[in-house]
Design a protein around this ligand. Structure first.
Ligand code: KIV
Length: 273
């Protein structure tokens, strides 16, 4: 296979995202963890799909993202990659798979790329993750950074509140943004930081900055699919726009099914052999 035919026509690549930033076109990204949802959002025109470690919350019901394992992320990654034809697929590196030891980080990233067929990995942290990021990128693996609220550090912060609200933290965030670009990250997720700071970070970087709870002055947006579809319950931060009330619709459909089965109206004559 020649390099010219390696990438399917119309497929979004890391270069596409960079070009979108250069042309001032906004990037739309959502999470997905399974084949069916990934196929739907890809067909609907999403630019990038994040196989987020938020799977620990929305798929497995854990209160934090910490418990999800590398094997479990790979399972979700395989399911999503199988469904997606056009969007860029990024798989989150789970807690414990890259912190501390760059060689271990590279091993984890290689497993993700080899076993899922994803296009890139994402990991949390700035300066503290620099050695791991450098090592992973040196193997030709595209890395998306993640700054601001980094949920894998929840036990250090103790809260999911807005980050970088002091000038010292804001300066550190801007420094880390430039460091990630310098290390060769192709993009950065910026989570739950003041909009003005996020805009400044986006303007100072030549790689796309994709926000979640970071205002509209960045290069794109990412949301957790189950949050924006209204499937998750009891989670309504200010930044979340719900595009549907799917949770209620699902509950309604299921209760109608239960009623039909119990009263004997399902299946009817046309629904049997
Ligand atoms: O895991 C995830 O869903 C994420 C997004 C919140 C950006 O990292």
């Amino acid at each position: 296979m020649s390099t010219a035919t390696h990438v399917a026509q119309g497929k979004v690549t890391t270069r596409t995202l960079l070009k979108m930033k250069e042309e001032g076109k906004k990037i739309a990204m959502l999470t997905a963890y399974d084949y069916s949802m990934a196929a739907l959002i890809d067909q609907a025109g999403i630019d990038a799909v994040l196989v987020g470690d938020s799977a620990a919350n929305v798929m497995a019901g854990h209160p934090t993202t910490l418990p999800i394992t590398l094997d479990q992320m790979i399972y979700h990654g395989v399911s999503v990659v199988r469904a997606v034809k056009r969007a860029l697929v990024v798989v989150d590196m789970p807690f414990g798979s890259y912190q501390g030891d760059p060689i271990e980080a590279l091993r984890s990233a290689v497993r993700i790329m080899k076993e899922t067929g994803a296009d890139a990995v994402k990991l949390e942290g700035g300066e503290a993750a620099a050695d791991s990021i450098r090592k992973i990128i040196s193997a030709g693996i595209p890395v998306m950074g993640h700054l601001g609220l980094t949920p894998q550090s929840i036990n250090q912060f103790g809260t999911y509140s807005v980050r970088a609200t002091t000038s010292q933290e804001a300066d550190k965030l801007l420094k880390d943004t430039l460091l990630l670009e310098e290390l060769g990250c192709f993009s950065i997720v910026l989570e739950k930081v003041p909009a003005k700071l996020a805009e400044k970070a986006s303007r100072s970087a030549s790689i796309p900055v994709i926000g979640i709870g970071a205002g509209g002055g960045v290069d794109g947006q990412v949301l957790v699919l189950h949050d924006m579809l209204g499937i998750t319950q009891g989670f309504s931060p200010r930044f979340l726009r719900r595009y549907h009330n799917l949770g209620q619709e699902i509950a309604g459909a299921v209760s109608r099914y239960v009623e039909d089965v119990k009263e004997g109206s399902f299946p009817n004559e046309k629904e049997q052999y």
